[in-house]
Design a protein around this ligand. Structure first.
Ligand SMILES: Nc1nc2c(c(=O)[nH]1)N[C@H]1C(S)=C(S)[C@@H](COP(=O)(O)OP(=O)(O)OC[C@H]3O[C@@H](n4cnc5c(=O)[nH]c(N)nc54)[C@H](O)[C@@H]3O)O[C@H]1N2
Ligand SMILES: Nc1nc2c(c(=O)[nH]1)N[C@H]1C(S)=C(S)[C@@H](COP(=O)(O)OP(=O)(O)OC[C@H]3O[C@@H](n4cnc5c(=O)[nH]c(N)nc54)[C@H](O)[C@@H]3O)O[C@H]1N2
Ligand code: SF4
Ligand SMILES: [Mo]
Length: 885
């Protein structure tokens, strides 16, 4: 049986995966995960062969050949470039590209079409970190590595829900903590699964991070913790940075008041940071996705630079990257404000890259950043846009404007592996080969390059992204520049460019990899850069301990940072925070099609603080309308005491394909950080009002398809093993729906010939209908008053597609099939163990540890992603039932 070693396609931890007999498992030898996978990684087996793949190029809604599609793109691009200039064309690509895809797309746009207009979803993800790194270090370099987490004595997590978003790395941290007692501080307005595990949680007012870290800098100076010798040798701007910090955050009381934190907690954090030499500050989207994201990054870097806690074992600032190849995209220069290989648009770099590519018309200026790119498409400046491996109709702020932009733009091309809200608006849809079907490399959060290897054939006509861009390049007349035959050839060219006239000026140097032959590329083991041809400093996992920053004078920069006033908007008194849930990946094209990954968070929810809910007369599980200056939607509410009052939270994942509420980004404002251009996705002013729900329902069907619920019907969809489960609700009388047999038949997807059976108990507002095709259950729908739970639906789902005898029919309609108590929301998705079962077992068996839960129920014994939730339930049991843990 052949074994393939590859990398997980989800988050930036970059876990190694071995595939044997078509079954992916954690790679025990990979230095990211040593065999572990999280719930998403553990479900990779189910991500192979998912339904609905795009398999054929489509033009204007009809199937086309690759030749037709690529020729039309090349002809149109050439015409547009000749008529309107190169800046009338834009590419919007993705951190889910492999480095090789990215390299070719960047070369085509910046080198040959001759515009800077290629930007990526990394603009929404990492660009504040890139800007912060460049301002402080002179180059976008992550100074540390994963092992540092295991060697630190204090880990500060800022704006990161690592337990859910970087679970395997989080498990490594937890394992190290067991051994060395690592202290954990979590800085997040929301009490997340990560905060639950922290020694200290600072629920700061949103946006308070610069204030908090300015205050920390002042405290470090006053506590005598500055490494004066190191700073005088390796840092510039110390005095200015400290003066600005003192002017804004001169005392703990001031900081506490401005961030709405308890002064004792602030002091506890400052003291432990000052006291502990080995401190790591990990951060992600609570830092990056802000109107002052770059300043937040530099506020953190300032504290590490002042104390020389950088590039040494167990210390340093560390940005947790989101996408599997967020880093690779930064390396090739996929952001509109970078040119290539960590070079910007200085004339010297433009000249160097131009000579390397043998391209006479390299872009000389940065292009549009994501938000501007779609504005340019909306107002006619862009005549063509090519979107690949990202779903901006869902994931961009002001998503409705993005949709309008796609409708307005004369030529929209989208490459994806599944149909999405974005491909629905494209003139040309190109079917992409996905994970398992293509070869290349990705770079994880710690600068480690790993191979993704192909082990399946792509379905139908699907092709790798690099091939599509190269084909268009050739067809536009640049045959030689795009004559790539393999990903290995692309990688060699990319590696050579990083080394070209580098002379130690850029830390990104892959010179040693530029000469890999095809066999060596095939066999490439995970490797951390720098990897210069000279071998000097090769594979250094820690950088900058002895200075040597990539600035002209070799010194790092500390920055003076001002405090930004928060944006208040009359009529929108609450702040909408957005982010992720444990088992979903972004716009759900893969994870939303895997039944057991939909059980942990089965539908979109708006989390509300109990007091904000009470003030609005909203109950747990009730419906609410959320409105912002950008748009509005209706969502089911979950009361969450772990929120700050005044803040609401909604996941970013759901789309028009999965729920009537559609993308949360319809509500989100497009305010951007002035330095990085990254949108403030965590801070949209909104208003929330109660909606009165008149009925609720659950529909089970074999097949997906249109739902005929009338104008005000709300729904969300989840795949189940036997078909699809829809949660329904209404705002007007149910009668209109159930009085029409036609509507009912449409809902149940049965024609007039099929048998429709029903049960009604109007006094209790209970109505049940089922459609039978050839005696087998095709679909059923249960309606009841709001607040109903529908346990009978879980039982009925097993009957879908099964023949129903008279007894089963009766049972189904009478709701007798409910069976044993429902497991509740699934907490452990690997072992399918639900919240209700776990709580019951803890209570009845007096369980006090996750190990005991594991032994009894199996929960938490596989990937470990649910361990934080299990610990929380154990703790809650102590509080609720007075049991000693
Ligand atoms: N399960 C899952 N994992 C993923 C992904 C996924 O889709 N699903 N996506 C991957 C990607 S691309 C990314 S970028 C990462 C993101 O990983 P994270 O950044 O950990 O995830 P988020 O949920 O976006 O946001 C993190 C936290 O920022 C907090 N926050 C909001 N405002 C502020 C603030 O002003 N200050 C501070 N300090 N905190 C604030 C939020 O409350 C939230 O808990 O996850 C990666 N991993
Ligand atoms: N409100 C709010 N919005 C956010 C965020 C937030 O926290 N809050 N987070 C932002 C962040 S950090 C990120 S990273 C973005 C993510 O947002 P997106 O990038 O839009 O999300 P994905 O669903 O990952 O989109 C990837 C697409 O690529 C497709 N795909 C998969 N493999 C391949 C392939 O090999 N080739 C091609 N061509 N296509 C492929 C998938 O089917 C999917 O449609 O969302 C951003 N938007
Ligand atoms: S932590 Fe999970 S999603 Fe991230 S790379 Fe590892 S297995 Fe994949
Ligand atoms: Mo991201």
């Amino acid at each position: 049986m052949s074994t393939t070693r590859t990398t997980c396609p989800y988050c930036g931890v970059g876990c190694g995966v071995t595939v044997e007999g078509g079954v992916p498992r954690g790679d025990r030898e990979h230095p990211s995960n040593f065999g572990r996978l999280c719930s998403k990684g553990a479900a990779l087996k189910d991500a192979l062969n998912l339904p609905d793949r795009l398999q054929q190029p489509m033009m204007d809604g009809r199937a086309a050949s690759w030749d037709e599609a690529l020729d039309r793109i090349a002809t149109e691009f050439t015409r547009i470039r000749d008529t309107h200039g190169p800046d009338a064309i834009g590419f919007y690509v993705s951190g889910q590209f492999l480095t090789e895809d990215y390299y070719v797309a960047n070369k085509l746009m910046k080198g040959f079409i001759g515009s800077g207009n290629i930007d990526t979803n990394s603009r929404l993800c990492m660009s504040s970190t890139v800007a912060g790194h460049v301002r402080a270090f002179g180059e976008d370099v992550v100074p540390g590595c994963y092992e540092d987490l295991e060697e630190a004595d204090l880990v500060v997590l800022v704006g990161s829900n690592m337990a859910w978003c970087h679970p395997v790395l989080y498990q490594r941290l937890m394992a190290a903590r067991e051994k060395r007692g690592t202290q954990l501080v979590n800085i997040d307005p929301r009490r997340t699964a990560t905060a639950d595990m922290a020694d200290l949680h600072l629920p700061l007012a949103p946006g308070g991070d610069v204030m908090l870290f300015n205050g920390l800098l002042v405290h470090l100076v006053d506590a005598g913790k500055v490494d004066r010798d190191w700073v005088s040798e390796h840092v510039a701007g110390f005095d200015e940075a400290v003066a600005a910090a003192r002017a804004t955050a001169g005392s703990v009381e001031l900081v506490a008041a401005a961030t709405d934190l308890d002064p004792t907690d602030v002091l506890r954090f400052y003291d432990s940071f000052a006291r502990t030499e080995r401190v790591m500050t990990l951060y992600s989207q609570g830092v990056n996705q802000s109107a002052n994201g770059a300043d937040k990054v530099n506020a953190i870097l300032n504290c590490h630079l002042a104390t020389a806690r950088i590039g040494r074992a167990g210390m340093g600032p560390f940005s947790l990257t989101g996408q599997p190849n967020a880093m690779g995209g930064r390396e090739v220069g996929g952001l509109a404000n970078q040119l290539a290989a960590h070079m910007g648009f200085e004339p010297e770099s433009v000249d160097r890259v131009g000579r390397f590519w043998n391209a006479p018309q390299v872009a000389r200026t940065p292009g549009y950043k994501a938000v501007d790119l779609f504005e340019a498409a909306a107002d006619g400046r862009l005549k063509a846009i090519w979107i690949a491996a990202t779903n901006p109709a869902v994931s961009m702020p002001r998503a409705d404007l993005v949709r309008d932009a796609l409708r307005a733009c004369p030529l929209v091309i989208a490459s994806d592996a599944w149909p999405t809200d974005t491909t629905a608006l494209a003139d040309i849809v190109l079917p992409a080969a996905g994970w398992a079907e293509k070869d290349g490399t990705v770079t994880n959060s710690e600068r480690r390059i790993s191979r993704q290897r192909r082990f399946c054939a792509a379905p139908g006509e699907a092709r790798p992204d690099w091939w599509m861009f190269a084909e268009v390049g050739k067809r536009m007349g640049w045959r030689e520049a795009f004559a790539f035959e393999t990903p290995a050839a692309i990688f060699r060219e990319h590696a050579a460019l990083t080394a070209f006239e580098n002379n130690g000026r850029r830390r990104l140097d892959l010179g040693a990899l530029a000469t890999l032959d095809d066999a060596a590329y095939e066999a490439l083991e995970p490797v951390q850069w720098p990897c210069p041809a000279s071998g000097q400093g090769a594979g250094n996992s820690r950088l900058f301990a002895r200075g040597g920053f990539s600035t002209a004078d070799g010194r790092a920069r500390m920055l003076p940072l001002a405090i930004r006033a928060d944006a208040k908007l009359a009529g929108f008194p609450l702040i909408l925070n957005t982010g992720r849930v444990r088992d979903q990946w972004h716009t759900m094209t893969r994870t939303g099609r895997i039944p057991h990954l939909m059980t942990h968070s089965p539908g979109p929810r708006l989390a509300l603080h109990p007091r904000d809910a009470m003030l609005r007369g909203i109950v747990d599980g009730g419906l609410a309308r959320v409105t912002s200056a950008q748009g509005q939607t209706s969502l089911r509410v979950e009361i969450e005491p772990g929120l700050r009052q005044g803040q609401v939270f909604a996941p970013m994942h759901w789309t028009d394909q999965f729920a009537s509420s559609g993308p949360t980004d319809r509500l989100v404002h497009a305010l951007t950080d002035p330095v990085s251009g990254q949108p403030d996705l965590k801070g949209t002013p909104v208003q929330v009002v109660a909606l009165s729900e008149t009925w609720r329902g659950v529909l089970l069907r074999r097949r997906d398809g249109q739902l005929s619920l009338g104008d005000d019907g709300l729904w969300s969809k989840a795949p189940i093993a036997t078909g699809f489960r829809y949660e329904l609700s209404g705002l007007t009388a149910l009668q209109a729906l159930i009085d029409s047999e036609r509507t009912l038949r449409q809902l149940l997807q049965i024609d007039a010939a099929a048998e429709l059976i029903s049960y009604a108990d109007p006094k209790k507002s209970v109505f049940r209908y089922a459609g039978l095709v050839d005696g087998k259950l095709g679909a059923c729908v249960f309606f009841a008053a709001p607040q109903a739970m529908f346990p009978e639906a879980d039982a009925a789902s097993a009957l879908l597609g099964q023949p129903l005898d008279a007894l089963k029919r009766l049972g189904l309609l009478a709701g007798l099939e409910a069976g044993p108590q429902t497991p509740g929301n699934i907490v452990c998705s690997c072992m399918s163990v639900g919240e209700a079962s776990i709580r019951k077992a803890i209570r009845e068996h007096g369980l006090t540890s996750t190990a005991e839960i594991g032994a009894l129920l199996g929960a938490g014994t596989n990937c470990g992603s649910c361990l934080p939730e299990l610990k929380k339930m154990l703790a809650l049991n102590v509080i609720e039932n007075g049991v000693q843990a």
